[in-house]
Design a protein around this ligand. Structure first.
Ligand SMILES: [Zn+2]
Length: 452
């Protein structure tokens, strides 16, 4: 057994049942489990490793519920800078068709490094395009190396242009092959236990790129294995129009019809979820990944997060794919969630603390986990610390917790994931980020050729 103590934090944000914020707080960890949380004097004083957190705010690691990490190779592509969702996708699909396994692994690590440095300790990733021998295993192996807690979503597209779908035929897969590969991945990688570092998610890309049959079969497969389901839903007006024209139903009604509701399901975006859909999601515990930056970038609209939370819909945050954000800054996403809610519904629509709660507890609930998102005995040791002594926070220490989202988004000084120190004094301990960025840039240049 190895022990770790983070002590004397200026403020320790627990997100526990009482939402305690403890000045002079400490967390004591044995292996990958939190054993004690409280004022420094009330937790064990000795440990194999002791980190003095004076000058820091200590929080539960943030949880990212929606991403397409391979898109870090296609950030800011000129042809897709100023389009709405469907036009943006059509500009990018031909580029993504050239992805290679190395590109998937390296881009996953780039996105994860960025996420980890921004306070995120658990992330989902939705990989839905598998050209040139790419496999979800390429992402998973990348995640293992960097040490991030990972929900790898096996995405898929099966309805190409010739069949009335949006993607070109060259990037869609055969439905039987999709289901077989999903089964293989669950059997090889899925860990259902508490503190799992790796879970598989069944995740056809969206109602406009797969068939009704695949959506239904995917739900059945996921429930057979007890794994979660994820897709895109009701992202913008075009998406809703497609659903009404093609299926004769709103996106929420379509999801319900296919068995895509329940605590084991979460949908990305839901910007245009109607009142009946919000009530349905609340009743069934169906989760939503709110992606404010992406929704602004593509001018999709403002998701009705206040109403969702009032109706009991589990809401987490997602940075979304890097071609529509184009950053993976989790604390920055919490800030944008707070700001965007206020644009839509006034300054009381979301507080700074609520934004942090959605980014931690909210994300954990959406991923259907009860072992992350809070600092409390029995929880997984996913802990981050932000240094409060820099320029960006100067003058904001009247309320350092609110300052984390009101001020410009900071990066972490420390990050502990599953009991291991992954960021030490602002530097990633598991990978060389300079070499990673250099390789990533070389691969991105090879991928985006004529289109740029
Ligand atoms: Zn997405």
């Amino acid at each position: 057994m190895t022990s770790l103590l983070l002590t004397n934090a200026d403020i320790l944000v627990t997100m526990d049942a009482q939402r305690r914020e403890i000045p002079g707080g400490a967390v004591y960890v044995e292996d990958n489990r939190i054993v004690a949380v409280g004022p420094a004097a009330e937790v064990p004083q000795r440990a194999d490793t002791v980190l003095d957190m004076r000058g820091h705010a200590v929080l539960p690691g943030l949880v990212n519920t929606h991403h397409h990490m391979y898109q870090t190779l296609t950030r800011a592509v000129p042809a897709a800078q100023d389009a709405e969702l469907f036009g943006w996708l059509k500009a990018l699909y031909p580029i993504w068709a050239r992805l290679t396994p190395e590109m998937v692994r390296v881009s996953t690590q780039t996105a994860m490094a960025e996420l980890i440095l921004s306070g995120c300790t658990t992330s989902s990733d939705h990989l839905y395009i598998y050209p040139n021998g790419c496999r979800l295993d390429d992402s998973i192996e990348g995640a293992e190396e960097i040490g991030m807690r990972f929900h790898a979503a096996r995405g898929a597209m099966s309805v190409g242009e010739s069949a009335g779908g949006l993607p070109p035929d060259s990037v869609v897969e055969d439905e039987a092959a999709i289901l077989a590969d999903t089964r293989r991945l669950i059997e090889r990688w899925h860990d259902p236990e508490r503190f799992a570092m790796r879970r598989i998610v069944v995740a056809p890309c969206s109602p406009f790129s797969v068939s009704r049959g695949l959506m239904r079969d995917a739900a059945e497969l996921a429930r057979h294995y007890g794994v979660s389901l994820h897709t895109h839903l009701a992202e913008n007006d075009d998406d809703v129009r497609y659903s009404l024209e093609k299926f004769g139903m709103t996106p929420a009604a379509y999801a319900a019809d296919l068995g895509w509701t329940g605590p084991d399901v979460w949908h990305a975006h839901c910007v245009k979820l109607d009142r009946a859909g919000i009530a349905l999601f609340g009743r069934t515990g169906t989760g939503v990944a709110h992606c404010p930056c992406s929704n602004m970038r593509l001018a999709s609209g403002i998701a009705p997060i206040r109403q969702m939370r009032c109706e009991g819909v589990p809401v987490g945050l997602g940075v979304d794919g890097s071609a529509s954000n184009d950053g993976s800054h989790m604390l920055g996403e919490a800030r944008q969630a707070m700001l965007l809610a206020r644009v839509g519904s006034g300054p009381a629509a979301m507080t700074a603390r609520e934004a942090l709660e959605i980014a931690t507890l909210g994300g954990a609930k959406v991923l259907n986990r009860d072992d992350i998102g809070a600092l409390a005995p029995g929880m997984a040791a996913d802990i981050v610390a932000f240094d409060l002594r820099g320029l960006g926070m100067a003058g904001a220490l009247h309320d350092p917790v609110a300052a984390l989202t009101f001020c410009a988004p900071q990066t972490v000084a420390w990050s502990v994931i599953n009991g291991k120190i992954v960021v030490r004094e602002g530097r990633l301990t598991t990978l060389d980020t300079k070499a990673l960025a250099a390789r990533h840039n070389a691969l991105a240049a090879a991928l985006v050729r004529d289109e740029a």
